[in-house]
Design a protein around this ligand. Structure first.
Ligand SMILES: NC(=O)c1ccc[n+]([C@@H]2O[C@H](COP(=O)([O-])OP(=O)(O)OC[C@H]3O[C@@H](n4cnc5c(N)ncnc54)[C@H](OP(=O)(O)O)[C@@H]3O)[C@@H](O)[C@H]2O)c1
Length: 347
């Protein structure tokens, strides 16, 4: 889910806006409608529109999820601004949202894993978002049983951020018990889950965050909390096995020197300097997460075993989408922020 730094030329954005057809909701009155946050063009927060749109129909290999909660990720803002237009194209109207938790409303004919009424959560692909809505479709390969021990809002906080942390630490870096990991950005959506996943594995965790989040990252399980506003992390972290970089720039540059020979740096936000890693005998990987049901199932197990607790700082209604995206754009959100799309089902 990393973001390209290339902007669409303004002329293309304007042209796209001009040629976007008016939305079909008005021309297909027989289709069931739902509320969703839709964009008809890339741009500023003013392109975010809460509209009545046709409810999606699951294809044979999809489930339709009635969304109870959906999370807000930094990439949503990048998509809205058009930074990922090369990947996504101009397929307007576009419903944003990389993940959601809810109840299976309908199943395609080829679905065998889920049935109507199942409680699920899902992580969508970058070319197929849709969580900012009352209903969304997902493939079986993108969904898993929702953890029972947490609310839908907490569950919705997990798919994109938790899968990223899992895929970096476990699948890419192969972090194991007794190893040391340095997590830059430990208090954010990915970071607070990464700390808990690493601790569940039995690793030693050094995490960085600002002054206000020092207690928070310790509560998440960090063995060593570094206040990056006061202390250079390289004075504290030395010879680590793994670095998870969620900051990039100067932080990434200064991180090469803290990794032991044979160790690995995984950046989810920036390009790794291949010369630098080769010279130091370490590995460097630029990573982009993708949906995998097996990862969600593993996360469900850890959450239900109370090894991971997703933290939701704040919930928003869909109507407050501009405010929610403003908050995630600060790059200083503690834990996750989530849309409460429907009331939490009882029981
Ligand atoms: N490649 C991928 O697949 C992928 C997947 C998910 C996310 N991402 C990217 O990874 C980044 C993090 O995602 P997120 O969802 O965790 O974002 P987030 O919830 O906005 O969290 C960002 C965190 O970064 C911390 N931070 C800011 N500046 C820092 C610095 N100089 N040093 C250390 N920490 C700093 C903030 O903590 P303080 O408030 O304490 O400063 C904040 O908690 C975003 O850029 C996102 O786009 C990429």
């Amino acid at each position: 889910m990393g973001t390209s730094r290339k902007l669409l030329p303004v002329t293309i954005v304007v042209l796209t806006f001009l040629i976007t057809p008016s939305y079909q909701a008005t021309t297909q009155p027989d289709k069931p409608l739902m509320k969703a946050v839709v964009i008809h063009a890339y741009g500023g927060p003013e392109v975010l529109k809460l509209e009545n749109v046709p409810r999606p129909e699951p294809k044979e290999d999809e489930i339709l999820i009635r969304v109870v909660a959906a999370s807000i990720n930094p990439v949503d803002v990048a998509i809205r601004k058009g930074y990922l237009a090369e990947l996504i194209g101009n397929k307007f109207p576009l419903i944003l949202g990389m993940d959601a938790a809810g109840v299976v409303e309908k199943t395609g004919t080829k679905i065998s894993k889920f049935k109507v009424g199942d409680l699920v959560y899902a992580f969508f692909t970058l070319t197929d978002e849709g969580g900012y809505a009352q209903y969304v479709v997902a493939k079986e390969s993108e969904a898993a049983t929702k953890p029972k021990e947490v609310t839908y809002a907490q569950a919705a906080a997990v798919p994109a951020a938790g899968s990223t942390a899992w895929q970096v630490l476990i699948e890419t870096a192969k972090l194991s018990a007794g190893q040391t990991v340095l997590i830059h950005g430990g208090s954010g959506g990915v970071g607070h889950l990464a700390i808990q996943i690493a601790k569940a594995l039995g690793a030693k965790v050094i995490a960085t965050a600002s002054t206000a989040n020092q207690d928070f990252i310790k509560r998440m399980g960090a063995d060593v909390a570094v206040d990056y506003t006061k202390t250079k992390f390289e004075e504290v972290a030395k010879d680590v096995d793994v670095v998870l970089d969620m900051v990039g720039g100067d932080t990434l540059k200064r991180s090469y020197g803290v990794v032991k020979k044979g160790g690995i740096i995984v950046s989810i936000v920036d390009e790794v300097d291949q010369k630098e890693v080769d010279a130091r005998g370490i590995r460097g990987v630029e990573f982009r997460a993708s949906p995998k049901a097996s990862v969600l199932e593993d996360l469900t197990r850890l959450i239900d075993a109370k090894k991971i607790t997703p933290i939701v700082l704040q919930t928003f209604p869909l109507s407050a989408v501009a405010r929610a995206q403003e908050q995630i754009s600060t790059r200083h959100t503690r834990g996750k922020i989530v849309f409460q799309v429907a009331d939490e089902p009882k029981g």
